[in-house]
Write a new protein. Structure first.
Length: 168
């Protein structure tokens, strides 16, 4: 049995709310730091505000600067979340044997699956581009996973499961 290994890294688009909080907390940190430098001798407890806003900005940055890494090895797709290029977390493992279909998100092959009540999970770039390169995977009847895999990964997966994977 030959093992095929392909990996793909995609950057997720941060939400507007996340970007707003990140900038807002950085600005507050700068303002409170300047206030502490100017008024630090008068109000010694002013050191707490820049520390709290700085820590808040750090954590908001960690959870808004996301990348998803897809690893395909021998009929298994593993999805990892990379936060701020410093922390990695394994999110899910999907077996191609239990997958129902994988097709482009606007494919006519997904028409039979449109009216299902399924839980939707988005591990893609988070936005619709022209042309849309995102794929939808229906897994075990109750889960819809949205991915943005590379063409090489789709090609390798299609070689192992040609009746379940469509490229339109």
């Amino acid at each position: 049995m030959s093992d095929t290994y392909v990996e793909c890294l995609v950057k997720a688009k941060p939400s507007m709310l996340g970007r707003f909080f990140k900038v807002f907390l950085i600005v507050l940190t700068v303002i409170f730091t300047i206030a502490f430098i100017v008024l630090g001798t008068v109000i010694p407890f002013l050191i707490i505000a820049p520390v709290l806003t700085g820590v808040g900005a750090y954590f908001v940055n960690m959870y808004t600067d996301l990348e998803y890494e897809y690893l395909y090895l021998d009929k298994e797709l593993v999805v990892d979340k990379v936060m701020a290029k410093s922390k990695r977390k394994r999110i899910a493992t999907y077996s191609l044997d239990r997958m129902e279909i994988l097709a482009p998100i606007k494919s006519y092959h997904l028409d039979n699956y449109k009216n299902r009540n399924v839980k939707e999970i988005d591990y893609s770039i988070g936005e619709e581009l022209k042309p849309d390169k995102r794929y939808a995977m229906y897994y075990e009847g109750g889960l819809k996973v949205i991915l943005s895999p590379s063409e090489e990964m789709i090609k390798v997966m299609r070689n192992t499961s040609p009746r379940k994977i469509y490229t339109d």
